[in-house]
Design a protein around this ligand. Sequence first.
Ligand code: PEP
Ligand code: MG
Length: 651
Amino acid sequence: MERSVLVSVHEGLHARPATQFVKLAKSFASDIEIECNGRKASAKSAVKLMLLGVKENDEATLRIDGEDAAEALSALVTFLQTPGAGDIDLKAMTSAPTSPSSRAAMPAPARGPGERPSGIAASEGTALGPVFAFFPPALDIDPAPVAAGGIEAEITRYRTALDETTGALAANKRRDGVKADDAAIIDALIDVARDDDFTAGVEAKIRSGQNAAMAVDAVGKELSASFEAMEDPYIRARAEDLRSVARQLVLTLIGRKDVTLAEMPIGAIVVADEITAWDLAKAKLSNIAGIVCRKGAATSHIAIMARAHAIPAVLGAPFNEAALKGAKTAALDGARGDVVLDPDAATAERFSTAIAREAEERAALASYRTIEPATKDGRRIEVAANLGSLAEIDKALEAGAMGVGLFRTEFLFMERKVLPSEAEQTEVYTRLAKAFAPHPVVIRTLDIGGDKPIAGVEFEHEDNPFLGWRGVRMCLERTDIFKPQLRALLKASIVGNLKILLPMIADASEVAKVRALLDECADELAAETVPMGAYELGVMIETPAAVFLADELAASVDFFSIGTNDLTQYVMAADRLNPKVADLNRTEHPAVKAAIAKAAKAAVDAGIWIGVCGEAAARLDLIPFFLENGVSELSMSSASIPRAKKRVTEC
Ligand code: PEP
Ligand code: MG
């Protein structure tokens, strides 16, 4: 079986999406080959797959041969066509330092005379402190060859070392305080260590007579050089993972312990040639005031982890090793990429002032965690979280989410061979509702179409899937899929805070049809003596038709939620995924603002509440506009919640 697809995965198949794609491929028995940019690889090797350099908008061809080829093709095509597939928060974190809102909220200190940016701005924030020089020594590996009779024993020794090393990594993941995102990075390292290609390469070298440590070192160097030669910065940054995994394996094989960051003094600035995710996983992160490395890029795992833990970091710093090792103190500005070694008194004073100001800003934002913000004229605004899975609940609660404004249920349906059962859905929706009670939890019914298909639904080819058989249109025809979801939602309504949101509404008759189905499901459940509670029903305002019909729709539902992502693309006729029309795809465009104002007026006039759940809900420049128009709920990714709450109080 063969099929070509346009890859929609954000940023392409870099580390996390590649390992998840491989995991999915490995769940099928068939042989699976992927071809892209004129080169082919097995879809079951993460290393080979990453080296193919599959980017977003590339055409990839899948060739699948075996008994479960049809299921494999459907699942893998779905994955490749899903923008957020395998993305976790890697991308969100990667874009954090350059997002206008975050930069705006953390002004960096003015540069001193003659100061130049000295490296890559990898994680915003200012730091000043004593230097902790972290330069693990080079490994001197005994080159002694293995005798022919000892080869099998040497391979066994390698496999044992592999188990020990990945076991130690996994144990690190389970330590207290390890966040989900760090755990995902550690998983990526384990995936690299366990990659079939890595192992095959090492075992081939052992068979040719090299000892295991020499073989691991050589394969690590070869593969990391291949990664470094790649054009895509995300893929290039994976060379670091290879080096780190190879070093740990070699250390295990030669029975040595590494220098670690575990004993770092509080408040120090680590300066290093390179710090890997492995090194950082061992450190007490709250002890680290800042990071300066000669190697690394904004997309390195170290940069991602630094941002996740709000540690200021400058990578690619152009100092020689001796200068870094010789420095006693360092000052850095992670938003600018500036590093000053052994700063003079005036420079140190300037950084100290900036650090104090940042601490005040952070403290002020932290206090918003528990605040339920109101505008200056006393209107209470709900600042809620957009979620796609239960795994994101803790992060949302930590950030101070006042409920969930959008739970995208499609992630429950995608990347799997069979649809989630009614029981599974009931469990998920109930747990979600309970986690945030008494705050509201808005769950959106399945919003899926030909661009992100699911197993069990035959989507015919559509030239314009964004204008096609999707969302509520598909659900109303496939009641075998829709009714179990509605029944699960009704069962979860017993918690008392549930709101059901319908996507892609373009006509009031669609709402009437869903209501009829909900009534039918409620009758069935009542006959089965299943308890239910009250719930609200709302619609996404994301099509121009819904804007024009807003008065009529407002009369038939309990709330509106504006999907600015789709509303912008449909009002402006500018594909939200096409960078060529990004200039038109702007929510602040007067045409989009007029549409939002019209829908909001209809809601206010009808006395129903209106929220915003598209990306624009977190935009500090647009929040005043939303609130002026009567919006009372803003829903966004968890990281944006504290700043949005603060912004609300300024309006
Ligand atoms: C939107 O369109 O703004 C929205 C929130 O939905 P999605 O991004 O899932 O299409
Ligand atoms: Mg949408």
